[in-house]
Design a protein around this ligand. Structure first.
Ligand code: NAD
Length: 475
């Protein structure tokens, strides 16, 4: 342990990062910039080729950051795991998606662990950074590594340290976002803390890997539940005829006890829609039902169909149906100013509208092409002629690059799911805004409910296919 501690403190230890995606690439460059020699390992030949040529494929990482790291000789991208032979620290940053049955898919972690085991040697620190369910590090990785005959805490060190990177966030990056570490033994925690302290401003130790795993799931479940709550609040405000954004902004003036969250077309990205399911899955196996997680997933999951309904309602004003109408989507990335489309609610909205016969196109300054139903769509230009020809424009991602005044001035009907049009009062009549009290008909009263035939006859095409009526929570 002493030898590794000294190497880490002198920064002449060698590091490896396995998985060079949104998390692993910035991490590898940060470790290299602290003076360590870093080997970046990925299975994706295309990514390794790009890195070797000094090209970035991640929005927050510049080409210059890569060429600088390559020039110092401190960053070596490779496909070859045998580099682990001479490595002192290994950070695992591989994906943790959900399987088709929405269960955790930890196959990437297992595959990486198998490779590490092959080259495991005394004096090595292994840290899992991928988000996963509590127990992954000590129940799966530890036995695999100890099957080498080496003992944790004595021969090698094993810890979990959740990655908290927020793509597109210009204020917080790998270096200035506090890092949590929890080791299998106290020595493991201490070694991991020393490692991260070399290139991260603040490192917080917790008592176990399970606690560190749970910290990350708390953070992301917190976001999922609060977004679910505020999405439901937006639907309530629609029924009540109150602008949810005015309510939230006024509530946010309270200097304590309130954190504003904002509604939207649904959850996206590789974290918030997925991570809480890891926790719920683990708890289910222990006969515990994670009810908040389930409810938040249900409400957030119905938002794309709420947006589809809004489009149907809007077109109805012009005596048009979704079928055959020209609909332009603004923003397909899951959040503003990034190119990441993983789990983006835009994909669900587009699928639903396409199934209903809409003539769809999209624009996204960060996403030039998009695969949908086996077809490749290209981002269209936002010329005045193109905007004017659309029956409806949907704002799904409010990228800073959009000139909403110009776009809305030229359009006939706008569905705004991001409050992007909040200052454009002069166009109010053509804007349908999520949570603004103007996109759905009033909630039926109890007498209406008895008259089911009349209610059904009055329902629009979009309402018929609603998975969940947003108003059902209130009646
Ligand atoms: N993207 C985020 O904002 C974010 C934030 C915090 C935590 N996380 C978590 O970090 C982990 C990684 O996420 P990401 O967004 O960087 O994923 P990513 O898909 O962008 O990158 C993962 C990389 O790992 C590579 N890979 C897969 N299996 C491999 C293997 N066996 N060996 C070597 N390389 C392999 C892939 O080719 C890919 O380049 C996930 O668990 C995620 O939940 C992501």
């Amino acid at each position: 342990m002493e030898a590794l501690r000294t190497k880490l403190q002198k920064r002449n230890a060698t590091a490896a990062v396995i998985g060079l995606g949104y998390v692993g690439l910035p991490l590898a460059l940060e470790i290299a910039s602290a003076g360590f020699n870093v080997v970046g390992i990925d299975l994706d030949q295309n990514k390794i080729d790009k890195l070797k040529e000094g090209q970035s494929y991640i929005g927050d990482v510049s080409d210059k950051a890569i060429t600088d790291a390559l020039r110092t000789g401190r960053f070596t991208p490779t496909l070859d795991f045998s580099a682990l032979h001479d490595i002192d620290t290994v950070s695992i940053c591989v994906p943790t998606p959900l399987s088709k049955s929405r269960d955790p898919d930890i196959s990437f972690i297992l595959a990486a662990t198998e490779k590490i085991r092959k080259y495991l040697h005394a004096g090595q620190l292994i840290v899992l950074e991928s988000t996963t369910y509590p127990g992954t590090t000590d129940e799966l990785i530890l036995p695999e590594l100890e099957s080498s005959g080496l003992r944790v805490g004595r021969d090698f060190f094993l810890a979990f340290s959740p990655e908290r990177i927020d793509p597109g966030n210009s204020a917080f990056n790998t270096r200035n976002t506090p890092k949590i570490v929890g080791g299998i033994t106290q020595t493991c925690t201490e070694i991991a803390r020393i490692f991260y302290s070399q290139f991260i401003e603040r490192v917080i130790s917790v008592s176990s890997t399970k606690c560190a795993e749970m910290v990350k799931l708390l953070e992301n479940t917190f976001r999922s539940v609060n977004i679910g709550m505020v999405n439901e609040l937006a639907l309530m405000c629609d029924v009540l005829g109150v602008d949810v954004y005015e309510v939230i902004d006024a509530a946010a003036t309270k200097p304590f006890g309130f954190i504003p969250f904002y509604p939207g077309p649904g959850l996206g990205g590789h974290c918030i829609p997925i991570d809480p399911h890891y926790l719920a899955w683990k708890l289910k196996a222990l006969n515990f039902q994670a009810r908040f997680i389930g409810l938040a997933a249900e409400i957030n999951g119905m938002m794309p169909s709420v947006v589809t309904t809004m489009v149907g309602e809007g077109l109805n004003r012009f005596s048009k149906s979704i079928r055959g109408s020209k609909v332009l989507i603004l923003g397909v990335a899951y959040k503003k100013n990034v190119s990441d489309c993983r789990e983006s609610p835009a994909l669900d909205v587009m699928r639903m509208l396409s199934e209903k016969g809409a003539v769809l196109s999209y624009n996204d300054p960060f996403v030039s092409t998009l695969r949908m139903n086996g077809n490749t769509l290209k981002s269209v230009e936002l010329t005045s002629v193109n905007i004017e020809s659309q029956d409806c424009i949907i704002i799904l991602t409010d990228h800073n690059a959009y000139d909403f005044r110009r776009i809305i001035a030229a359009s006939k009907l706008v569905v705004d799911t991001r409050n992007a049009t909040k200052d454009l009062h002069e166009f109010r009549d053509k804007i349908i805004k999520l949570g603004a009290g103007n996109n759905v008909a009033p909630a039926p009263n109890h007498e209406d409910e008895h008259d089911s035939i009349t209610a059904n006859q009055a329902t629009t095409e979009a309402d018929v296919v609603h998975f969940h009526d947003p108003r059902s929570h209130l009646t």
